[in-house]
Design a protein around this ligand. Structure first.
Ligand code: MN
Length: 201
């Protein structure tokens, strides 16, 4: 499944596919735009199949309700509802239109890369662990963005080859970038989610 969202300030394209043989994906994503910000998140429920989906969709429903909060608090609230589930790894981004800053909070193996219009690449170091209701401290990074900043967020179903970096160029649209990655990527035998966003203004 490929989905394109024109969120005015940001264009987002998302690709998602379930592990071969499974009817559902254990990954989940969520995006929302308000007049002040855009929030997007990608989660990977531990394992695969229905129980993984239950965990990742529980996290997404918290974000759907609480996206007005800062990403650290959102992460904390997601953690609270995940007690008794398989658990999830997750990355949340929040682009604030007024400050021009992206808040980034992560736990576990969801990779995030920023491509600045200058060509410079920035990869925040992921935090180890996962959410399963156990008490945890979350760190938030604040990353300035500008027009044509690209962000790429993906679950570990994508085996990222460094040659893919050249795809994420400011001359292209997220739609084209997703198409090109999907053309090149190898089958990984895991649920896969790839989200690409590009700032319009
Ligand atoms: Mn996975």
């Amino acid at each position: 499944m490929i989905e394109h969202q024109d969120l005015k300030e940001v264009d987002i394209s998302i690709y998602q596919i379930a592990k071969k043989g499974n009817w559902c994906s254990g990954d989940a994503f969520y995006t929302v735009r308000t007049d002040n910000y855009v929030v997007c998140a990608v989660a990977d429920g531990l394992g695969s199949g229905e129980e993984a989906m239950d965990a990742s969709s529980a996290a997404m429903s918290v974000i759907k309700r609480d996206h007005d909060l800062d990403t650290e608090t959102i992460m904390d609230r997601c953690n609270q509802v995940l007690w008794g589930t398989r658990g999830v790894v997750m990355t949340i981004l929040k682009l604030d239109f007024h400050s021009g800053i992206i808040e980034y909070t992560n736990i576990g193996n969801i990779t995030c890369t920023f491509y600045k219009p200058s060509g410079e690449l920035y990869r925040p170091v992921p935090t180890r662990g996962y959410l399963s209701g156990k008490k945890k401290k979350f760190k938030t990074q604040r990353i300035p963005y500008e027009k044509d900043t690209i962000f790429l967020v993906y679950s570990d179903g994508l085996i990222f080859d460094p040659v893919y970096h050249s795809i994420f160029s400011k001359v292209d649209t997220p739609r084209r970038m997703i198409d090109r990655v999907v053309d090149l990527m190898q089958d990984s035998n895991d649920d896969t989610t790839i989200l690409v966003g590009k700032v319009n203004r």
